[in-house]
Design a protein around this ligand. Structure first.
Ligand SMILES: NC(=O)C1=CN([C@@H]2O[C@H](COP(=O)(O)OP(=O)(O)OC[C@H]3O[C@@H](n4cnc5c(N)ncnc54)[C@H](OP(=O)(O)O)[C@@H]3O)[C@@H](O)[C@H]2O)[C@@H](O)CC1
Ligand SMILES: Nc1ncnc2c1ncn2[C@@H]1O[C@H](COP(=O)(O)OP(=O)(O)O)[C@@H](O)[C@H]1O
Ligand SMILES: [K+]
Length: 515
């Protein structure tokens, strides 16, 4: 599913109006009806007070139209116009008149006004700013937003929590509504998925307002949200007359004394992802643990007892996953540098191999085309330098990926895979996966998919999806705290099977706090 920018959403609006022969206020009415229906279904004629805070643009117009529909259905409402500018939109004014027609007169809040009384049992609708916010709100508006946040009332944001820009992180976190839920129109917004801005809404949901499908399908976007529907098209079925040779031979290189488990986890995940053969390359001390812990895998040992000194093997792997638990001792750094110079195979690079690359940037020129790099935030910072905010991080990461022709997997709550100026935002996974070893599992999965012939970009996107989905399946049985990396691997089979379960319904995402 595409993630559109604000200017693209305005274009979609215009082509909808043009191609469907409707007016903009009719489109606003559609949007308001969807919000109202969502609320009416859940509120079931409640008598709880609903306060609607409306700006003076189209987001405010949506709020006023929702207020009218709520009033017409007998709800107990209070309506406030947050009068932050004299430049009211046409559709706002039309909806203000329509509200007055049914004898609802909003309170106008400005710099000098007292703040409305809100109790924790009330419901707030936030329709102050939408995607049109283009500068920080005035200080009195910030005071109002803080008042709403402090009220402990349930806050339902329309389109986006007010105070969030679609393309940058606000400097002042106090001037942003902290919504319990956001009903967003037609398309997901990138801000829902970035750590610095995603925290302002506990959950979000799409409301279909019938925007012009032709515009939506033909327009290219910088980001896409990837879920089951997107990855399923790439799934490669197992052929009846295939054999283990059909599904590739993956080599996992890594481990050092005390960190052999990382290779064990990556190798097991690789096997559970369908790689035909899996070999682990470890220092000598890793031989017994890997051989015993994973009888299906083969093991090659380095000449080093406790760390890797010289990466040499006489097999012909289809792909190599390198770095987990490997350490950054001088001998290992040298071995990795020499390995990169001679290597011709596709690579998945993680953990200490990334740390070595960060300290020896000259090695980056030896990466094979479309190598997959899987940094967590700290590893990413070492690799691309510090960033100003999450948007800057994505830009820096995109240019890094372009410069070195690599697929960059930025791990996190919503992992983003970057390649060729495009970002793929993952939808699966949960906070239970914030546990040692879960990254090693991801390395194994991506390596296993490449072994089976998936293109490395597809393997990265699909692997990240499967990893998160396996985590989501596992957490159902364990809860967040008891989820382990091994638990994720054990649910990989379930994640594959789940690909063929009923198609996805509308997007709904909730964070930890909601569950
Ligand atoms: N296709 C869809 O998705 C549909 C979307 N719809 C709805 O429209 C919403 C977008 O509406 P919008 O363009 O009128 O912008 P909105 O956010 O209401 O802001 C209003 C104006 O405020 C101004 N302004 C900005 N920052 C400011 C500041 N700090 N302090 C003071 N003023 C500031 C700025 O104007 P400026 O002063 O810069 O000229 C801006 O234009 C969208 O989120 C959705 O709810 C639906 O109705 C129909 C279908
Ligand atoms: N809050 C979260 N929600 C979803 N996924 C998460 C969350 N926290 C971590 N993960 C996932 O878990 C993995 C952690 O990787 P990493 O930090 O490298 O772990 P390790 O180095 O211990 O193996 C990543 O794939 C990341 O996306
Ligand atoms: K809003």
């Amino acid at each position: 599913m595409k993630i559109f920018s604000a200017s693209q959403i305005y274009e979609a609006d215009n082509s909808t109006i043009k191609n469907q022969g409707i007016t903009s206020v009719e489109l606003m009415e559609r949007a308001a009806n969807q919000v109202f229906n969502w609320m009416h279904l859940r509120l079931q004629d409640t008598t709880v007070k609903i306060h609607l805070f409306c700006g003076i643009g189209n987001n405010g117009g949506d709020g006023l139209a929702v207020a009218r529909l709520l009033k017409q259905h007998g709800y107990n409402i209070g309506v406030y116009v947050v009068n932050y500018s004299d430049k009211r939109s046409q559709d706002f004014l039309i909806n203000l008149d329509r509200l007055k027609d049914i004898k609802v007169w909003p309170d106008f809040i400005s710099d000098a006004s007292d703040l409305p009384r809100i109790t924790p049992d009330d419901i707030l609708v936030d329709a102050i700013f939408g995607i049109g916010l283009n500068r920080p709100p005035a200080s009195w508006v910030v005071v109002l937003l803080q008042h709403m946040n402090r009220s402990r009332a349930f806050i339902l944001a329309i389109d986006v929590p007010s105070g969030l820009f679609l393309d940058k992180v606000p400097k002042d976190g106090k001037g942003i509504v902290c919504a319990n839920h956001t009903l967003t129109f037609q398309v997901p917004k990138l801000v829902f998925f970035l750590p610095q801005t995603g925290i302002y809404s506990n959950g979000w949901e799409l409301l279909d307002i019938g925007l012009d499908q032709e515009y939506l399908s033909k327009t290219e976007t910088d980001y896409e949200l990837t879920g089951k529907n997107e990855v399923l098209q790439w799934y490669r079925p197992r052929e009846k007359f295939s054999h283990k040779g059909t599904y590739g031979h993956a080599l996992l290189v890594g481990g050092s004394f005390g960190k052999i488990g990382a290779v064990l986890l990556a190798s097991r995940a690789c096997l559970y992802s369908g790689s035909g053969l899996v070999t682990a390359y470890v220092p000598k001390c890793g031989y017994l643990p890997v051989q015993t812990g994973l009888p299906e895998a083969m093991v090659i040992t380095d000449e080093g007892e406790e760390q890797i000194f010289h990466i040499f093997f006489d097999i012909d792997p289809s792909v190599i996953g390198i770095g987990v638990g490997m350490g950054t001792e001088n001998g290992t750094v040298k071995a990795f540098g020499e390995f990169l110079k001679n290597n011709k195979r596709p690579l998945v690079i993680d953990a200490d191999a990334l740390n070595i690359l960060s300290k020896n940037k000259g090695m980056l020129k030896d990466l094979p085309a479309k190598a997959v790099l899987t940094p967590h935030p700290k590893e990413l910072e070492r690799l691309i330098g510090i960033w100003k905010d999450d948007f800057d991080k994505l830009e820096k990461a995109k240019s890094f990926s372009k410069k070195f022709n690599c697929v960059l997997v930025i791990k996190g709550a919503n992992t983003v895979v970057l390649y060729n100026d495009k970002g793929y935002v993952n939808t699966t996974g949960n906070p239970g996966m914030a546990t040692g070893g879960s990254g090693d599992v991801l390395t194994g999965i991506i390596t296993g998919l490449i072994a089976q012939g998936y293109d490395s970009l597809q393997a990265a996107i699909f692997g990240v999806y499967l990893h998160g989905r396996a985590g989501d399946i596992a957490v159902e049985k364990t809860g967040y705290q008891a989820l382990t990396a091994t638990g994720i691997i054990d649910s990989l089979g379930g994640a594959f099977l789940d690909l063929f379960q009923v198609a996805e319904g509308p997007q709904v995402q909730r964070s930890d706090n909601d569950s």
